[in-house]
Unconditional design. Structure first.
Length: 80
């Protein structure tokens, strides 16, 4: 098990624009993660995004996001 310690999450996070997400939809260096419940994900989601409901993060995050060098975008609503 890898233990990651974060001292300042703000240093590791930034806002990504809608345009940048669209430009990088199929970029394998970027994981787009929808944290809404499965039914909401099925109803509407960004193409290519992964569904990882908040309730399942502890159990499934390491499995779905195995590449620790990958950029991760997290969103909680369907595309608008």
């Amino acid at each position: 098990m890898v233990k990651v310690e974060l001292t300042d999450v703000a240093e590791l996070s930034r806002t990504i624009s809608h345009e940048e997400i669209l430009a990088r939809l199929w970029d394998r260096a970027l994981a787009i993660v929808n944290v809404m419940p499965r039914d909401s994900f099925k109803a509407a989601h960004i193409p290519g995004s992964l569904n990882l409901p908040i309730a399942a993060i502890d159990a499934r995050a390491r499995q779905l996001l195995a590449n620790l060098n990958q950029e991760i975008v997290i969103y909680c609503a369907g595309p608008t």
